[in-house]
Design a protein around this ligand. Structure first.
Ligand SMILES: O=P(O)(O)OC[C@H]1O[C@H](OP(=O)(O)OP(=O)(O)O)[C@H](O)[C@@H]1O
Ligand SMILES: O=c1cc[nH]c(=O)[nH]1
Ligand SMILES: [Mg+2]
Length: 213
């Protein structure tokens, strides 16, 4: 597993406003969207391309275009949905699949309540969107699900990650056959006793969409 913390003053600035408890939902949604586009620029460095011949007004030349099969973007509902538009701005021709997952706030166990993805992901590069990598349980389950469908390259884009969750993910993946890369705007200090990231930003889903029942 490879972990990349994107070190950029604009990312740090936007993340600071996002973390602020005084930031309202409309501003939070806009900043999450902007941050994802910045992170996606780094996360797509290894997106597969193929040669493509064109003719400019001056001369023929060979450039590149996204290879087929096209990458698939997988937001993890609910909070990952707040990252989808920002990602699609950079990869407008990607396909989108959905995974609905929720963490039990007492046991911290993740479970899947919805899934809408192609049956066969063989040869597909997958970009998973989830703002928070806390205990890592949600992403371990998501990565296992995508791998079981044949995905052969997985990049996760997060806004915040906790060291405990990264270590658990690394141990769970072990000698996992599929390369996994985590791209995050920050690696925070730790988890608190409730499994929340510290200093974190609180509950990302609630801050995007309101308090869930
Ligand atoms: O690393 P973990 O400990 O598994 O926690 C991270 C998960 O928790 C949050 O989702 P939540 O269960 O709150 O669902 P929501 O997006 O619907 O709010 C967050 O969006 C991640 O998916
Ligand atoms: O800090 C956290 C941890 C899990 N999920 C969140 O939304 N925030
Ligand atoms: Mg939530």
């Amino acid at each position: 597993m490879r972990t990349q913390v994107v070190d950029h003053p604009l990312v740090a600035h936007k993340l600071t406003v996002l973390r602020d408890a005084g930031t309202d939902s409309p501003t939070f949604r806009r900043l999450a969207d902007e941050l994802v586009t910045l992170l996606a620029y780094e996360a797509t460095r290894s997106v597969r391309v193929e040669p493509h011949e064109i003719v400019t007004p001056v001369a023929p030349t060979t450039g590149v275009r996204l290879a087929t099969p096209k990458p698939i973007v997988v937001p993890i509902l609910r909070a990952g949905l707040g990252m989808l538009d920002g990602m699609m701005r950079l990869l407008p021709t990607a396909e989108v699949g959905f995974l609905g997952m929720v963490r039990n706030e007492e046991t911290l166990e993740a479970s899947t309540y919805a899934e809408r993805l192609p049956d066969d992901l063989s040869g597909r590069q997958c970009y998973v969107l989830d703002p928070m990598l806390a205990t890592g349980g949600t992403l371990i389950a998501a990565i296992e699900f995508l791998t079981s469908r044949g995905a052969d390259d997985i990049t996760v884009i997060c806004l915040l990650a906790a060291p405990e969750g990264c270590a658990k993910l690394e141990a769970a993946l072990g000698d996992h056959p599929v390369p996994v890369t985590i791209v995050t705007a920050a690696m925070d200090e730790r988890l608190n006793e409730l499994g929340y990231i510290v200093p974190g930003l609180g509950d990302a889903g609630d801050r995007l969409y309101g308090v869930a029942g």
